[in-house]
Design a protein around this ligand. Structure first.
Ligand SMILES: Nc1ncnc2c1ncn2[C@@H]1O[C@H](COP(=O)(O)OP(=O)(O)OP(=O)(O)O)[C@@H](O)[C@H]1O
Length: 197
């Protein structure tokens, strides 16, 4: 049974991942599903808001504790969903920032044996800062904070520089690689420098 391709878009916030994903979804030559971790967090927030509208916490819970209790399982759920879709033969675009070694290794373990196309979505710090200002819906400095944790790889299957290429051209470059029939070996062989967990 043929597994679905996982298109792993590796880029910081504002690098252009969602814009590329939109173009991949719009074309008709090949079908994809778009899986973003944001949707899983949104689902959790909606669940709490609707199911527990009168929740009155008796304790202050700090961000680290929240992250340990709920962020990790939510992120795991997102990655597992991607794996499941691939197992079902569905092509998936993975649109989430993986900026630490722990989560990168988790993806590698989970996606082992699944064709994972490793795409470097490249953009300079200066342009990321400019986009962040222009968007107004992301914390200023977020991309810069993620930069060193995200761009730690020497090799990708496909590299797209979003300062030079439009989202359409980036999507076309990715599709061209898929059509070429080359195998995707880079992801399994990659390792992230130890940059914190
Ligand atoms: N190839 C491109 N050329 C020019 N501008 C771009 C390009 N790709 C994205 N942008 C612009 O950069 C901004 C961020 O793009 P996008 O939402 O695709 O990034 P992202 O990586 O998905 O960010 P996040 O992870 O924060 O959701 C948008 O304003 C978008 O219009």
């Amino acid at each position: 049974m043929q597994k679905g391709i996982i298109v792993f878009l590796n880029g910081t916030s504002s690098s252009g991942k969602s814009s590329i994903a939109k173009k991949l979804l719009k074309q008709t030559a090949m079908k994809f599903q778009h899986v973003s971790v944001d949707d899983f967090f949104q689902g959790f927030n909606d669940f709490v808001d609707h199911k527990f509208p009168n929740l009155e916490p008796a304790n202050e819970v700090d961000q680290n504790t929240v992250a340990q209790i709920i962020f990790d399982p939510i992120i795991s759920m997102c990655y597992s969903t991607i794996k499941l879709f691939s197992e079902m033969g569905v092509n998936v675009i993975m649109d989430t920032v993986v900026d630490n070694e722990k989560w990168f290794k988790t993806c590698q373990e989970l996606f082992s044996g699944h064709p994972t196309l490793f795409v470097g979505v490249i953009c300079s710090k200066e342009e990321l800062a400019r986009r962040e200002q222009a968007r107004g819906d992301r914390a200023i400095g977020l991309a810069n904070a993620q930069f060193d944790g995200v761009y730690t790889f020497e090799k990708y299957d496909v590299e797209v520089n979003t300062e030079e290429l439009s989202p359409e051209a980036c999507a076309e470059k990715i599709l061209k690689f898929i059509r070429s029939g080359e195998t995707y070996s880079t992801f399994e062989q990659s390792s992230k420098k130890s940059l914190g967990v």
